[in-house]
Design a protein around this ligand. Sequence first.
Ligand SMILES: Cc1ncc(C[n+]2csc(CCOP(=O)(O)OP(=O)(O)O)c2C)c(N)n1
Ligand SMILES: [Mg+2]
Length: 548
Amino acid sequence: MPKPIRGADIVARTLDAAGLRTVFTLSGNHIMSLFDAALDTGLRLIHVRHEAAAVHMADAWGRLNGQCGIVWVSGGAGFTNAAAALCTARAAESPLVLLAAHAGLKELGRGAFQELRQAEMAAPVAKASWTAKSAASLGHEVAEAARIARSGRPGPVHLSLPFDLLDEKLDDVPSLWPTPSAFDPQAQLLEVSAAEKVLAELAKAKRPLVLVGPQLCHSGDLSRLETLEGALGTPVIPMESPRGLNDARLGAFAEVLRQADLIVLLGKALDFTLRFGDPPIVDPACRFIAIDAEAQMIERIAREKGERLAYSVVADAIPAIPTLIERARAKAEHRAWTDEVRSAVAYRPAPWATLVSAQPGKVHPVELCRALEAVLATRPNAILVCDGGEIGQWPQALLAPSRRLINGPAASIGASIPFAIAARASDPAAPVVAVMGDGTFGFHMAEFDTAVRYGLPFVAVVGNDAAWNAEHQIQLREYGRNRAHGCELLPSRYDLVAQALGGHGELVTAAGELAPAIERALASGKPACVNVMIERVPAPSIRRSTTS
Ligand SMILES: Cc1ncc(C[n+]2csc(CCOP(=O)(O)OP(=O)(O)O)c2C)c(N)n1
Ligand SMILES: [Mg+2]
């Protein structure tokens, strides 16, 4: 006789068997059966202080590991808190599965506890979003969610789990369990003949560029892009910032983009980050190639660019890279052009090298980055997180760690503390440094408690300018100083917040104190906040014609 099993056990065991063992969660009535089921598996629960933080953690997990991050939250408001954070993961092409409790199927339409059309609500911020159909299909539906999250252009998937299905008892028969391959992404491989066509177009072009989207920036495995650039003899440019062509990491790239005669969009959406590829940012005669997992993306590019879309193919971006490298033996050389692009990307204003703050008791963000550069130089396995408005742009401009997490094209601030905690959970030996604004710190500062409970140290370096400065700068530019309001904050002691929650805190008011304070924070072995009083300056907008 098969033993009876609960729906909740099917979910927990399915995740365990697939190796998806770290679950970011916050408890709630209807998922307590999942918590109970987890005890009989190898699952590790990391329970947090706000559901959005759990999603941000799973997002970071997905970006760092290429595996799905897993989230469990309650239904109703637990779900809505979580769903809001899917927006960041969706734009960043990050694979995760949000499993949310849901009113019982049997009570739907009768004003059930926490009854809400969750699947509809998450649909615009998820790759797929649905409510589980039966207890017997729960394992298969979880596998399907994970498969969709990692197929094509990766992204978050939401699956609501009606609590009556989680509580239902059924016989443990083999048909309940998905096969390991049910989790595998559906691959769309770039055919050799397609790769040859792309290479032939590259060979004909004089000033080609390959632009790659967020999914190729995730692992921080820049060497993959460098190898591609070397093999193609064509500059390969990562684009994952909501600032698009003003991405400080790309230096003066916008100036050379205008000269390109062929742009290969390798898994890179033609969107606002590229100003839609329209003139004057792109030459009106420039041609395009699109290699994209989504036929709809290619159709849109074809509609917008007409005959200037020289070639297109539906294929996944990541596995396309080895195929392109393999076939690129007779590569076209664009050495002078590649050097020109590289020097534009590497350009930083010369005055930055010697810049020091003119304001007593304050540090300039460039000085902050100088100290961080020294700290990171001795830690090649470090993970750098950048968040916040203006402050977050400076480390993106000045630091080049091998692993980096930024908020991404959704332009959402606030994820950095959860990102840092998940980064440490994912690589317990990695020093994790998160640079963020003072406004941003407030979004998830309670997660210091989570980090303390789980012994997951990281250093939050807060650029404290007592303002939502990015928006304040817009007011200064667009409306004038005397109409700037609603963006002031206090120069609060966030370092003491960290201490109060069991972490380590440092207050820094002079550049000379920075490196020692960050070193002490790392050495503390605790979640730490280095609260740095900084000048309220605009983010860099790098052009070779200007010095700021
Ligand atoms: C979730 C979210 N809310 C609001 C915004 C708008 N926004 C962008 S930057 C910014 C200010 C951030 O302030 P802070 O973290 O202190 O960084 P600063 O700009 O001061 O360096 C705001 C409010 C956003 N991008 N995302
Ligand atoms: Mg600020």
